[in-house]
Ligand binder design. Structure first.
Ligand code: SUD
Ligand code: ADP
Length: 294
């Protein structure tokens, strides 16, 4: 059987760091905005039980690929000896703060749970995904959401329809490096969830008041992220996503976003994407399941 599923990117429309836990992880408040843009995974089931992941262009050994690790975890959890060939069409930059690796892992869990008929619930898949990274559960649940804890307490929200211009500076930023840095702001006051929920439709409030606590440090360590944000800031409020490196701004229409994108300096990379409430991976899997029942 062949199955093709998207692995969408996310943006952190704001990111507040409330403190550090004894295990070194940080308590956050963030808004994960899912996008209609991302990688694609192609799955083929294999009868010989072998598992392989092809990821042309991605400089990660096969066994370290989050897709491979997700597949192994799922095989153990559901006690199957079935195999698969998974091919990754990678367009999201690694270390960009847009969740590419985490989303690939989540799509692998969703796709293989179906292909291998494991029958795990979304909550069970999210718990497995958490072992791979703090960002994996939001992609498994597949809803744009406010997140607390280390990103695992999720409250789905609807955001204003928006088109995002995302710039990809030429640097790869390690999440662990930023969270381990002595000068990271990690004492933001918590905002109550109800208060946050009232403001998710207000993009100016999000960008101007909620902010991203990683941004000042990341801009100091990686000045190319600052140059990208300052350039974008000429046209709309612009901000870093996650621990970087990507920066983004929101526009009411796609054509406004595109007009600004076309003005970017030579050699600058990026993309335009629309915010979505539901993950395209969930939509595509539901469509596949309903088509195969006919
Ligand atoms: C903070 C976010 C916001 O989206 O940054 P980005 O990676 O997207 O930039 C994510 O939640 C990251 O999630 P993810 O990239 O899956 O993180 P993990 O692999 O679990 O952790 C990488 C490292 O970051 C640190 N870390 C991560 C999440 C967190 N809430 N507190 C932390 O201190 C830990 O040091 C950990 O060793
Ligand atoms: N399928 C994958 N796609 C991208 N990165 C992966 C993948 N599997 C493992 N990785 C590793 O995970 C790291 C973080 O990737 P990614 O999730 O794209 O960045 P970020 O957390 O900044 O959004 C990469 O630098 C890479 O070493």
């Amino acid at each position: 059987m062949h199955l093709q599923l998207p692995a969408p990117a996310k943006l952190n429309l704001f990111l507040r760091i409330l403190g550090r836990r004894p295990d070194g992880y940080h308590e956050l408040q963030t808004l994960f905005q899912l996008l209609d843009y991302g990688d694609t995974l192609h799955f083929e089931s294999r009868s010989d039980g072998a598992l392989s992941v092809e990821a042309p262009g991605l400089d990660v050994p096969e066994r370290d690929n989050l897709i491979y690790r997700a597949a192994q975890l799922l095989r153990t959890a559901c006690g199957t000896a079935k195999g698969a060939l998974i091919r990754l069409e990678k367009i999201l930059p690694a270390g960009g703060g847009i969740g590419g690796g985490s989303s690939d892992a989540a799509t692998a869990l969703l796709g293989l749970n179906h292909l291998w008929q494991c029958g795990l619930s979304i909550n069970e898949l999210a718990t497995l995904g958490r072992q791979l990274g703090a960002d994996v559960p939001v992609f498994v649940h597949g809803r744009t959401a406010l997140a607390e804890g280390i990103g695992e307490h999720l409250v789905p929200v609807k955001t204003a329809p928006q088109h995002f211009l995302v710039l990809i500076p030429h640097c790869h930023i390690s999440t662990a490096e930023i969270f381990g840095h002595a000068r990271l702001t990690r004492d933001s006051g918590a905002i109550t969830l109800a208060h946050l929920r009232d403001r998710v439709l207000d993009s100016d409030w999000l960008l101007n008041h909620a902010g991203n606590d990683c941004q000042a440090l990341v801009e100091e360590l990686y000045p190319e992220t600052k140059s990208a944000r300052e350039w974008l800031q000429q046209f709309a409020s612009a901000q870093l996503t996650g621990t970087g490196a990507c920066v983004f701004a929101a526009f009411p229409t796609e054509s406004e976003a595109r007009k600004v994108f076309e003005k970017r300096p030579d050699g600058w990379q990026g993309f335009i994407a629309t915010g979505v409430d539901t993950s395209p991976a969930h939509t595509a899997l539901a469509r596949h399941i309903s088509a195969s029942r006919k």
